[in-house]
Write a protein of this length. Structure first.
Length: 189
């Protein structure tokens, strides 16, 4: 009986936590579609949405160690189309990154860059409030690039060292270069 009661209490606590965590009036979750290593994302809100809060989630996965570069822009058109973006974040695999606001006002721009994402599922989130009488919109871009593994970097550095050593041996003092041999052949002894 005690086990049943504690299970019910735990389940009700989780339901209550889930309902308070999602406080946005408008919330959507979509999966990004990729072209090579780049994807675009956007959202648009129409008439009757003024004053509502929004939370747009864009999901994607990373296969291995990667770096991410992303930006989001919202441009206000007088009072007709206007958003107030509050946050631009990337989270997943126990990691969380916050975007930096570059411009504020009629043109809002946020940028987010990070290295060292591990393989797994991530969510890019844009949150804010709809301020325009006719709604508002935003658009963004994200690029994901693999970070070379340490063994790949070590092999590249080893190859450069080998090329450098070969060049050093060809030009070390006391050895005749090709141009010196040609000069000696042209001059009488």
């Amino acid at each position: 009986m005690k086990k049943l009661i504690s299970s019910l209490l735990l389940a009700s606590a989780l339901v209550a936590a889930g309902s308070t965590a999602s406080a946005a009036d408008l919330e959507r979750t979509r999966t990004l579609v990729w072209t090579d290593s780049t994807s675009t994302f956007n959202a648009r809100y129409g008439d009757g949405t003024t004053g509502l809060t929004f939370l747009e989630n864009f999901n994607f996965s990373v296969d291995g160690s990667s770096s991410v570069s992303s930006a989001v822009v919202s441009i206000a058109l007088d009072g007709l189309s206007r958003l107030g973006i509050d946050s631009f974040t990337l989270s997943g695999n126990g990691q969380s990154y916050t975007g930096t606001s570059l411009l504020n006002g009629d043109t809002q721009t946020f940028s987010l860059r990070t290295n060292g994402l591990t393989a797994g599922l991530y969510t890019l989130t844009v949150a804010g409030t709809i301020l325009g009488s006719g709604g508002g919109s935003f658009a963004g871009n994200i690029s994901v690039a693999p970070v070379p593994e340490a063994s790949t970097t070590a092999m590249m550095l080893g190859g450069l060292a080998l090329v450098g050593f070969a060049a050093y041996r060809r030009r070390r003092p006391g050895s005749k270069s090709e141009s010196q041999v040609q000069v000696n052949q042209l001059m009488p002894a």
